[in-house]
Design a protein. Structure first.
Length: 154
């Protein structure tokens, strides 16, 4: 993350200085929030914004949101110590791409494909490409002892 570069850009443009103040305030709120909740919940949620005394927290799943709602008094107590203008929190669910990616099964290299990759590796002189292919094949064999074919391969 290039926050020092972004920060210097925001400071250099008078119109964006207010944005820098808001960004710094949100970062500080996020840090206070992360200290107020257990680590596993902090990793699956974040402070989205603060407006009119309400801090909006987004959670990756409804289960995380439910847990956060149960912890709301504790979270508000910690945040109010940092920002007295905060009077409430709202917890919303925001599904992320990451949770979709976990559900998808990774494709496997089938026997014919593996054989082709081995031939290519063996035909190459010692080089970074050969090392990368060897690493790919080694990683693939560790994932599963079963060789499941890719689409269209038998």
């Amino acid at each position: 993350m290039n926050s020092p570069v972004i920060g210097s850009l925001l400071c250099s443009l008078r119109e964006l200085q207010a944005s820098l103040v808001r960004v710094k305030h949100l970062i500080a709120l996020q840090q206070v929030y992360a200290e107020a909740v257990p680590l596993d919940l902090a990793n699956k949620s974040r402070v989205a914004f603060e407006r009119s005394g309400a801090v909006v927290i987004v959670a990756d799943t409804s289960a995380v949101a439910t847990k956060l709602r149960q912890l709301a008094p504790r979270i508000v107590y910690k945040i109010v110590k940092f920002a007295p203008e905060v009077t409430s929190i709202q917890v919303e669910v925001q599904v992320t791409q990451q949770s979709d990616a976990r559900a998808r099964r990774l494709p496997r290299i089938g026997p014919r494909g593996r054989s082709s990759w081995l031939e290519l590796r063996d035909a190459l002189p010692p080089s970074p490409l050969r090392s990368a292919i060897a690493s790919l094949l080694q990683r693939g064999s560790k994932l599963s002892d079963e060789h499941q074919p890719l689409d269209g391969e038998e």
